[in-house]
Design a protein around this ligand. Structure first.
Ligand SMILES: Cc1cc2nc3c(=O)[nH]c(=O)nc-3n(C[C@H](O)[C@H](O)[C@H](O)COP(=O)(O)OP(=O)(O)OC[C@H]3O[C@@H](n4cnc5c(N)ncnc54)[C@H](O)[C@@H]3O)c2cc1C
Length: 390
């Protein structure tokens, strides 16, 4: 068995069958790339509060940023399973940054699906090469879960929109070259008055605020942004005017699934590394693993992680065929991210004091992953979505 099945260690016995030889080869390449180009620099990037352009260009050159993008726009033309491989490897390596998921698996698909030919030609090749870093600007100081409450306005003035307002918590907001901005073009229409604009961040009127200090994921910049009479050409609008809400809804399945894919990989890695740690750590003359409490805790984690893996592989497979629905994607996000928090909390505990030390990957994973229950729609919103369909 190749790739992730062996990496899941002896705890998970059900073979993974969704990947082809090409996916396994891609996984090997990605794993080596992360080990050589990401992991050694993580502490440095955490200190800086952002990732350097150089790593984006290297990832672009390695074919990591456009694995599932059409070859016509500089990608490799692969399926979603390639995206899943990258997310799993980032999760296993504890690489919460760079935010390649947001760049390649959220913004890129919007442009690929709804962009005009000119927009695709302008942005996609540069995104695939790492020359253009993308972000998405939805959340505002007074509207997060309630996207309909967005107040940033875009008022038509000839062949431009004049944009005023602010956003917060924007991943890649500091280092980004492109922001897919959620604006109100017809405030009186509520959700039906939302439009999406592809804004070059060098546009006059685009102003960066603080790079916010976070509990985890410290190498990823998370910004406040302000827009003061920012003039954006009408040709930069994605899709039709006031059609933003439908576009946002259509892409949420993937946005939620990718969080779940990463969360599941984090569970596997935490289980594996904590099992190893407890076998090597001694207390009262024996290994920590030999205490029944430890084995019971690990057994519970192994059982739930195995169950989660089977469910997730089915979701990944269905999504690659375009068959995963909003309801199931919400279930995947809720269940895996809550499993992830149970597993990580128990793993920190089994590491004792070392589990609370930043230099230990388990401590970082615990802090980094907490946000998974909050972004891409909070888990409470996921439960609303699931409940509504019952
Ligand atoms: C590290 C990080 C990165 C982020 N990156 C981005 C980004 O790149 N772009 C972007 O646009 N946003 C980003 N966000 C924002 C994120 O999407 C929001 O924080 C999230 O959607 C929640 O919104 P909120 O913070 O306003 O919380 P609120 O909406 O104020 O929610 C507060 C609480 O109320 C609950 N709640 C709200 N509504 C309901 C309801 N109807 N039923 C039950 N409970 C409810 C929530 O679940 C939550 O527990 C990021 C956030 C973080 C922390």
């Amino acid at each position: 068995m190749n790739g992730s099945s062996t990496r899941s260690g002896p705890a998970l016995r059900i073979p993974r069958t969704i990947f082809s030889e090409e996916h396994h080869a891609y996984r090997d390449m990605v794993r080596k790339f992360i080990a050589a180009e990401v992991t050694p620099f993580m502490a440095q990037w955490e200190e800086a509060g952002q990732t350097p352009r150089e790593i984006w260009l290297k990832a672009g050159a390695a074919g990591i940023l456009g694995a599932s993008l059409s070859e016509a726009y500089g990608g490799s033309g692969g399926d979603f399973l390639f995206d899943a491989v990258l997310l799993e490897e980032l999760g296993r390596a504890g690489a919460a940054a760079p935010a390649w998921d947001l760049h390649s698996h959220i913004v890129m698909p919007y442009i690929g699906r709804y962009g005009t030919e000119a927009q695709k030609q302008h942005w996609l090749p540069k995104m695939a090469s790492g020359e253009a870093i993308a972000s998405i600007g939805m959340t505002e100081p007074n509207s997060g879960s309630d996207v309909q409450g967005v107040r940033t306005s875009a008022v038509r003035d000839g062949d431009h929109y004049v944009v005023n307002g602010s956003k917060t918590f924007i991943t890649n907001g500091i280092i980004g070259d492109l922001i897919m901005l959620v604006v109100k073009t017809a405030p009186e229409l509520g959700a039906r008055g939302i439009s999406l604009l592809l804004v070059d961040t060098s546009t006059p009127g685009y102003r960066k605020g603080r790079n916010l200090k976070k509990v985890g994921n410290k190498a990823q910049d998370t910004a406040e942004l302000f827009f003061d009479d920012m003039r954006v050409p009408v040709s930069a609008r994605l899709g039709e005017e006031n059609a933003g809400w439908q576009m946002l809804m259509s892409e949420l399945v993937q946005e939620r699934l990718i969080v779940a894919v990463r969360a599941m990989a984090i569970c596997e890695q935490a289980l594996e590394s904590t099992t190893d740690y407890t076998k090597s750590r001694k207390a009262f003359g024996r290994s920590v693993f030999e205490f029944q409490n430890t084995r019971f805790k690990l057994a519970d984690m192994a059982t739930e992680t195995q169950i989660g893996r089977v469910f997730m592989d089915r979701c990944i497979e269905m999504h690659a065929r375009g068959e995963l629905d909003m309801h199931t994607a919400a279930m995947a996000k809720v269940w895996t991210t809550e499993l992830q928090d149970r597993v990580l909390d128990a793993c920190v505990q089994l590491h004792g004091g070392n589990g609370y030390m930043w230099e230990y990957p388990i401590a970082r994973a615990w802090a980094d992953a907490r946000v998974h229950r909050i972004y891409a729609g909070t888990n409470e919103i996921m439960r609303e979505i699931i409940g509504r369909q019952l």
